[in-house]
Design a protein around this ligand. Structure first.
Ligand code: GPV
Length: 818
């Protein structure tokens, strides 16, 4: 497939090869004969960067000199995935790369594989940030991604003999990182601790320690836009390498203490996802990158001016707060304007409230960040004063708008109890211009439930922007076969920039020849995944079975337990003879999931899945009709292999709990059918692809709420459904723990007595829908027609569309002129 609309490069493959040779020599210091695959990778990356350099510099110039407001996407996570293929695609250099590398005697895919995947994110939230900066660049919107260059990303997951998750450090920076440019000259000082004193009637912060924030710049090339934006990730370094006096006393460890303390700030990504991680170090991380980024934006947009006119700051850049992690940036901008540049409170407030917007990514109350006042006071005493004053001003504003005292009490940014905390989501909602949810249902529930009081008083702030995913990485790169077929079907590859064009495929769902080609693509993708699983994991998969996949963080609300219980129930049916194995639709059930290291029930669920796999996969009675595959260390690379190979996608969270989901979008765009609840973006996917082309089951949000209100008793469902009963008994009786009845006792007890996310209540509905799935799967032509309709009608879920919605509804800015 040609890249017709990608920028035409004058470079030939032979020239590309020469440039690789040159980079091998002048940056690696090796000859082509000495070069290892990893050297070729580094050299290629160097060459690609060089070819993007003019566009990068021009984009920066146009951004600074033009009058277009830029976007600063502040995010503690950017889950980028491997960079090489993306950079090649967007630079329009893929064909030259393939040929040049072959000429040098290397396998292009091996070169791509040599890149160590940067895992600077946990899951959906971090991947969303990566999709958004791709789309911003592709649309030509001037933008910075601002975050942290963690030394260790998300842990590498392994499974031990017992099937338990083991976490290993992710040493991604122990390999060369040809993409990141460390810019020592544009560092920032970030202060911590100390106290605030009164000097000449002014509050003056006297911090007692500082950290040097050094930017590491990554290019973010747009697809076919000629634009290259910047992802600026901050690295924490110490100002004093070590204390010479202590060192001379031979107390080496003590001597490096300040260095260790400073550098710890960017050392590790917290592996928490949708749960609160209330750690001092995490607040240090948040302030570290928020402060450095805001100062950086001032430096960039006022060209290092001594006395910048910050009253125009909100016209230069708008900051999107990706969840509450960067919300400490709000009092930081206030402090910078008042303390560093001498503005009065009201001026600073007017600018700050125009500058920030907040995206919420959850409905789980436990995931809404709060910080103890005591901790903020210790670490950031001046910020605490500012937050108190914001709170005071907020309360008087509320008093002018409502007489409802209890409502005001509920809304306090700083709580009133004996251990007061700052509610970061409330601070962001009050101080920001806009607050948005990430899918229609989620945004509605934010207004009706989570932030109801705020939406009563500030209705105009509340917006929806439904998430999206980049079709470049998740279609063109991950699924070249389908991409080629789409281009053939549409007669152009412009759909990669305008994903609504996929609608043109809808009539082809009635064209049997096209449907067969589509089925062949899916089958070839399954074979490719089977090959990958064999090579990487030593596991043989049968590509003639249905590939049924559930990939997402392991969390109770996402309900991996529902899936595994259904598999166990089927296994129990086989063992008891209720179901004849010959009648089963053969399925390969694939899980990918990491659990937060401290999340006990989630980790136990991983152990259970692994042990169910061990038993079922090896039981001759199953005759290979059911096979579970749980590849360890699920990441972007695995996602890119697995999503194109999947036929059935599991989106089975309890209604009202998944804010959006984004793998659901990737699956639909790659021609999988979804079995799912009316939750998150599933609702919008189903509306678009059509109810006939989506397997809906389970309780709605209203039914869930009613059941909570009526008093939920999971044991009733256990008693009422013999299949569920048998499945839970099988977990309890030691079938999956070598006869030991204690192994899963906490899980079983939770199911029977608590089951907060109502797995048991949705079990029979989930079982019933399986028959519909199997029946349709039996008619491959019909199945694939529906799969094509999923592709054709999912163009809306491009992150380009999400960014256009942000531009319209939230940021009020636009692309740079071409
Ligand atoms: I809060 N999300 C996440 O990945 N990590 C978090 O800490 C929080 C939310 C996810 C949501 O769970 C998904 O529903 C959503 O699609 C994603 O953020 C992107 O919005």
């Amino acid at each position: 497939m040609t890249e017709q609309t990608a920028p035409k490069s004058p470079l030939t493959a032979a020239e590309f090869a020469d440039e690789i040779r040159e980079a091998l020599k002048y940056t690696q210091g090796v000859t082509p004969e000495q070069a290892k695959t990893a050297d070729i990778y580094v050299a290629t990356a160097t060459v690609v960067r060089r070819h993007l350099m003019d566009s990068w510099m021009k984009t920066q110039q146009d951004m600074i000199n033009g009058n277009t407001k830029a976007v600063g996407y502040l995010s503690a996570e950017f889950l980028m995935g491997k960079q090489l293929r993306n950079a090649l695609l967007n630079a329009g250099l893929t064909p030259q790369f393939e040929e040049a590398v072959k000429d040098l005697g290397f396998d292009p895919q091996a070169v791509v594989d040599a890149e160590y995947e940067p895992g600077l994110g946990n899951g959906g939230l971090g991947r969303l940030a990566a999709c958004f900066i791709d789309s911003l660049a592709s649309l030509g919107v001037p933008a910075f991604g601002y975050g942290i260059q963690y030394k260790y990303g998300i842990f590498r997951q392994e499974f031990d003999e017992e099937g338990r998750q083991i976490e290993r450090p992710d040493y991604w920076l122990s390999n060369e990182d040809p993409w990141g440019h460390i810019d020592y000259e544009r560092d920032q000082r970030v202060n911590f601790g100390g106290k605030v004193v009164e000097e000449n009637g002014k509050r003056v912060w006297k911090p007692d320690w500082s950290v040097r924030a050094i930017p590491v710049d990554y290019m973010v090339p747009g697809y076919a836009s000629g634009r290259v934006n910047t992802l600026r990730l901050w690295q924490a370094r110490s100002y004093d390498e070590f204390d010479l006096l202590t060192f001379n006393k031979s107390e080496y460890l003590d001597a490096v203490k300040p260095q260790v303390k400073a550098e710890n700030i960017s050392k590790i990504l917290y592996p928490e996802d949708s749960t609160e991680a209330g750690k001092e170090l995490r607040l240090e991380q948040q302030y570290f990158f928020a402060s450095a980024s805001i100062h950086d934006a001032i430096r960039v947009f006022y060209k290092d001016a001594e006395k910048p006119d910050l009253t125009t700051f909100a016209d230069k850049i708008t900051f999107q707060l990706n969840d509450t992690h960067p919300v400490i940036g709000i009092p930081e901008l206030m402090r910078i304007m008042i303390d560093e540049y001498g503005y009065d409170w009201d001026t600073a407030w007017a600018v700050t409230t125009k500058t920030f917007n907040y995206t919420c990514h959850t409905l789980l109350p436990e995931a809404l960040e709060v910080w103890p006042v005591a901790l903020i006071s210790k670490l950031l005493p001046r910020h605490m004063e500012i937050i108190e004053r914001i709170n005071k001003q907020f309360v008087s504003e509320l008093e002018s708008k409502t007489d409802d005292e209890s409502k005001i009490e509920r809304m306090l940014i700083v709580t009133n109890d004996e251990n007061p905390v700052v509610r970061m989501a409330y601070l962001a909602t009050y101080a920001g211009s806009s607050v948005n949810g990430v899918a229609e249902l989620h945004s509605q529930l934010l207004k009706d439930v989570t932030l109801r009081d705020f939406s009563d008083i500030y209705p105009a702030k509340f917006k929806n922007v439904t998430n999206g995913v980049t079709p470049r990485r998740f279609m063109k790169i991950a699924n070249p076969r389908l991409s080629a077929l789409i281009t053939e079907g549409l007669g152009t590859d412009r759909w990669l920039e305008d994903l609504d064009m996929l609608q043109g495929l809808a009539p082809l769902a009635q064209d049997d020849e096209f449907v067969k080609k589509f089925a062949q693509v899916k089958y070839d993708n399954k074979l490719a995944f089977a090959d990958f699983s064999k090579k990487r994991y030593g596991v043989e998969l049968d590509a003639t079975t249905m590939f049924d996949t559930m990939i997402k963080r392991l969390h109770e609300y996402k309900r991996q337990a529902l899936k595994i219980l259904e598999v166990i129930a089927t296994y129990a049916d086989i063992k008891s003879g209720k179901v004849k194995v010959e009648d089963l639709t053969p399925r390969t059930i694939i899980f990918g999931a990491k659990a937060a290291p401290g999340y006990y029930l989630a980790k136990m669920t991983i152990q259970l899945i692994n042990n169910v796999a061990k038993v079922i996969n090896n039981d001759p009675d199953v005759m290979g009709k059911l096979k579970i595959f749980f590849p360890y260390n699920y990441n972007i690379e695995v996602a890119q292999m697995l999503i194109p190979a999947t036929e059935l996608d599991e989106q089975i969270s309890q209604a009202g709990k998944e804010a959006s989901g984004t793998s659901n979008m990737k699956f639909a765009l790659n021609g999988a059918l979804t079995v799912g609840t009316l939750d998150g973006a599933n609702v919008e996917i189903r509306e678009r692809v059509g109810a006939d082309n989506f397997f809906l089951f389970g309780m709605t949000v209203d039914e869930v709420e009613k059941l909570y209100a009526d008093g939920y008793d999971p044991s009733k469902y256990y008693e009422a459904d013999p299949r569920l009963h048998a499945a839970i008994d099988m977990v309890a009786d030691g079938t999956f723990s070598g006869g030991d009845k204690n192994t899963y006792a906490p899980l079983v007890s939770d199911w029977l007595t608590k089951d907060w996310f109502m797995t048991l209540a949705d079990f029979s509905a989930y079982h019933d829908i399986q028959a519909d799935i199997d029946t349709l799967y039996g008619d491959q032509l019909e199945w694939n027609r529906k799969a094509i309709l999923n592709v054709a009608n999912s163009g809306y879920f491009s992150s380009d569309r999400s960014i256009e919605d942000y531009l319209d509804r939230v940021w009020h800015t636009h692309s740079l002129d071409k």
